[in-house]
Structure formats: C-alpha cells, structure tokens
Design a binder for this molecule. Structure first.
Ligand SMILES: Cc1ncc(COP(=O)(O)O)c(C=O)c1O
Length: 477
C-alpha cells in the first residue's frame, strides 16, 4: 500500500481485535511461559524495524499478531514474577473499551461521565483510608503516586516553594527525608527528580520482618537536627516490595507529628489491606498520615496502570497541581475538570477498569478476594516451613513468600525455571541473602499451582551444576 486514504471500513478492522484476543488467550493456555528469544533474533524474525512502505491494515495486524504471540503474558498459571499478575475479565473488557472511546480526562467536555465515575471511585477509596472529604488523583503507577505525595508534602512543608522553588528552604542540601531500608526505589528516585536530592534520603533500619524501626527513625531525625539539617518528610511503606512488610504507621505518625514532618504512606502493594476487615489492622494509624499511594494494578487485579495518590486534607491537588490554560479549560466548573488538578494533561481514564471490577465484586467481594491472596501466601509458607529442603526467610505478612532451597542459588533457580519454560519467578535480598520471592497476588491460582511450582523448584535445583552450587554456598549478594 502507498500513501494515505480515508479508511473505507474502520469498524471491520477494529473487530479483528476479538480474534486476536482469542488467539492470545489460547496461546497463553498452551504455553504459559514463553521462551525468551535473543534480542537480535527477535528483531529480525519479528521484523520489528519500521518499513518505508506501509504494510496496510492486514499486514500491520499480522505483524501485531506475531509480536503479541511472542510476548510473555502475566496471567497464566506459571506467572509468579512481579507484584501484579492474573487477569480479571471484567477489568480487561473495561481496558479494551477504554481504548476504543479514547477520552482524555482533563475536562468534562472531553470525558463526560467518566469524570464523575473517577471522582466517585476516589471518594470511595478515601472512605477506606478514613479520609472522607479528602482529595486524590489517579496517576500512571505507584512511583508517580509516591512522587505526587512527595511534591505535595514538599510544597506544604516548605511554604512558598511551589512559586519560588527550593530557595525558600535556604539551600537544598540541608533537607532530609526518611524511609525504611526496605522501601521501593521510587522514593529516592523522586527525591532526585523533585529537587530534594537523592543524598537527602536517609534509609532507616528495618527489623527482622522488614518493618522500619521507629526508634531508629527518631535517632536519625535528632542527629540531622543536631547537624542543622531540615527534616522534611517521612515515607512509611505498607507492603514492602520483597518481604511484604508493613511499617508501624501509628508509631511513625507520632514521630512525624512531633517534628512537623509530612507523612506519606507508600501502600502501592499493601494498601489493598484496607479492603479486608481481616487485614486492615496492618494499616492502623493511616488516618494520621497526610498522603497515601495505593495501586489498583497490583493487588486489585486490574490491568496496568492504575494507581491513586490520596490526601487527608481536601483541596491539595488543586493547590499544588493547578495551572490555567484558556485553550483547554473553557467550560464547566473546575470540579468537573480534573485536568485542573492532575499531573498529566492528556490522560486516559485509569479508573474505569477498577470501577468496573468493583461493580462486579462490590466491597464484600473485594474483601474476600484480598483474603484469598493472603491465604495463598500462608499456604505456601506452611508448605515451605514443613519441608526440610526449604528455608523460609521470613514469616509472610502479605502476598509474597521469601525462601531458599537449601544449598542452591536462588537466582540460578529462577533463571532455569524461565529457560525451561516452567515458571516466571524472581529473587530478592532478605537479610543479605538472595532468596526466591514468590508472589501470590493472583487469587485465581490454586494450591495445586503452588504445589507444582515448589516441586519444579526442587527438580530444577537438583539439576544445577556444582559451579552453581558453589555460588550458593557463598550466597550473599
Ligand atoms: C512498595 C512499592 N512502592 C511503589 C512501587 C512502584 O509502583 P509502580 O510499579 O506502579 O510504579 C512498587 C512496585 O513494585 C512497590 O513495590
């Protein structure tokens, strides 16, 4: 095909998506773990280069088909790799429908009722946080929600900094912020991106379960004050990335309040505990924090990406993110135009998939779904504890189980499982040791899926070479 012409029948092309989806699902069932190709082979075999002459719709859809069928999916019975996984069909349908509508969430004029449902959802989530009447915004992920909370905190503590910049603090090098040594890397990364400086971050020691030790936090703040530094904020983690640990929010709130610090809680992974009466206690004290990250694309089963940053006080998103633009905000009041208080300009509705699934499950269903995820972690931990070939690295508090196969290197096991197309699984560091981190966020997996995985780990471990085992013996980092 050459040139460009208006399409004679665009709907017919779009309808081909259904067939492609069917093929992807069938391929996932037939081959849950895709073989990872060598990059050069994939670029050549899948013809990834952009052609000078267009392939036309049929050619492009065939190219897309090749690529999608070669791509690992994250919903099969052998995916235990990251903090998301599984597929909730209703949320997937919403995501596909969203792409067809393709509205942008800056104005009521552009997005219509989608604006209303996003706000309803934010209000509902604020209720779970104990922050009725507070504020919040959807962002493209937990890293961005952490950054949003940190920007709001920076501006609130350093009054005038939104307008005048960090000069109001009298020199950025004097600032300090605090987070546990088990925290997610996005906190330090954001500190570097928003002018606080990566060197301003103090990593506070965690206990044997991976929870920040409040007394160490207090010591660090006192030490910085004595040096003439300016403590700014503390970030607690609810559900750390590897161990799934919950920092003691109440005790940290005492310290944050005593020193006038902004208190952000990173619940990207563990915020979903709020949905379950059985697990909500892990976040006791959240009502005393200032801002809160909560990812829906991790524990809540919706496709990437969907995350919120909530604030206890109303009006903070407008106060810190608003900007006027006569070419955009032309009608309706600001409360109907979320673009006046978001980080992005053009923005897809990342709330729609969560709203749809919440319609299906209700609060009650979400509580049961969350309990199932944690029950699976406890099941795996029990199996590991009862088996002399394994060592449980720490008692799971959330939806990860960290353990080792005795005398075998965790990284080599994970790599071998992937190479042999048995499972996608990752490793992490616990107490200085490389351990297998098994994730139980997919509540549609069965106990039998985990039994099979543990057997596979043993079989793969038994087949590792002496050289691999020598590495395990030295196994630190
Ligand atoms: C504790 C924690 N916070 C933040 C993030 C970042 O979330 P996202 O991947 O949505 O940016 C993660 C990701 O794993 C996480 O584990």
């Amino acid at each position: 095909m050459s040139g460009f012409e208006p399409h004679p029948d665009p709907d017919a092309v779009i309808r081909q998506a259904a067939g492609l989806v069917d093929e992807i699902l069938a391929a996932e069932r037939a081959e849950p773990v895709k073989l990872t190709p060598e990059p050069e082979d994939a670029i050549r075999d899948l013809r990834l280069a952009i052609p000078e002459l267009g392939l036309g719709d049929a050619g492009a859809i065939e190219a897309l088909r090749r690529v999608m069928l070669a791509t690992p999916t994250s919903a099969g019975p052998a995916f235990f790799n990251q903090l998301f996984g599984g597929r909730e069909p209703v949320a997937t349908v919403a995501e596909i429908a969203k792409a067809v509508v393709n509205s942008s969430m800056y104005t009521y004029k552009a997005a219509g009722v989608q604006v209303l449902l996003e706000q309803k959802l934010i209000d509902h989530m604020l209720g779970f946080a104990g922050w009725q009447g507070g504020d919040g915004l959807f962002t493209p992920g937990g890293s961005m929600s952490n950054m949003a909370g940190m920007i709001i905190g920076r501006n609130e503590v350093l009054e005038g900094s939104r307008e005048a910049g960090l000069s109001v603090a009298g020199g950025g090098d004097r600032l300090a912020l605090y987070v546990s040594e088990e925290s997610h890397y996005s906190v330090r990364k954001s500190a570097g991106m928003i002018g606080l400086g990566r060197d301003s971050v103090r990593f506070i020691e965690a206990d044997e379960r991976g929870r920040m030790i409040p007394a160490r936090l207090d010591d660090a703040i006192e030490r910085d004050l004595a040096r003439g530094m300016r403590p700014l904020m503390v970030v607690a983690t609810s559900g750390t990335t590897v161990m799934g640990a919950f920092d003691p929010i109440d005790a940290i709130a005492d310290i944050a309040h005593e020193h006038g610090l902004w208190f952000h809680v990173d619940g990207a992974f563990g915020g979903t505990a709020l949905l379950s009466p059985d697990h909500r206690h892990l976040m006791t004290g959240l009502d005393r924090a200032d801002s809160f990250t909560w990812d829906a694309h991790k524990m809540m089963g919706v496709p990437l990406v969907s995350s919120v940053c909530l604030t206890r006080e109303p009006g903070l998103t407008t106060k810190h993110f608003d900007e006027s633009a006569s070419y955009l905000f032309q009608q309706d009041s600001d409360d109907l135009n979320p673009g006046t208080r978001s980080i992005q300009c053009g923005r897809p509705n990342e709330a729609i998939k969560l709203w749809s699934l919440w319609q299906a499950l209700g609060d009650e269903g979400y509580a049961a779904r969350t309990n199932r995820q944690i029950d699976l972690a406890r099941y795996v931990a029990d199996r590991v504890r009862a088996d002399d070939d394994f060592v449980l690295s720490c008692e799971p508090e959330w939806a990860t189980v960290c353990f080792e196969l005795k005398g075998k290197p965790s990284d080599a096991i994970c790599e071998a499982l992937d190479d042999r197309q048995l499972a996608k699984l990752g490793f992490g560091i616990v107490k200085g040791r490389r351990v297998i981190r098994l994730v139980t966020v997919n509540p549609h997996l069965t106990e039998a899926d985990f039994d099979r995985l543990l057997d596979q780990i043993k079989r793969v471990g038994a087949g590792l070479s002496e050289a691999d085992n020598a590495v395990a013996a030295a196994a630190a980092r």
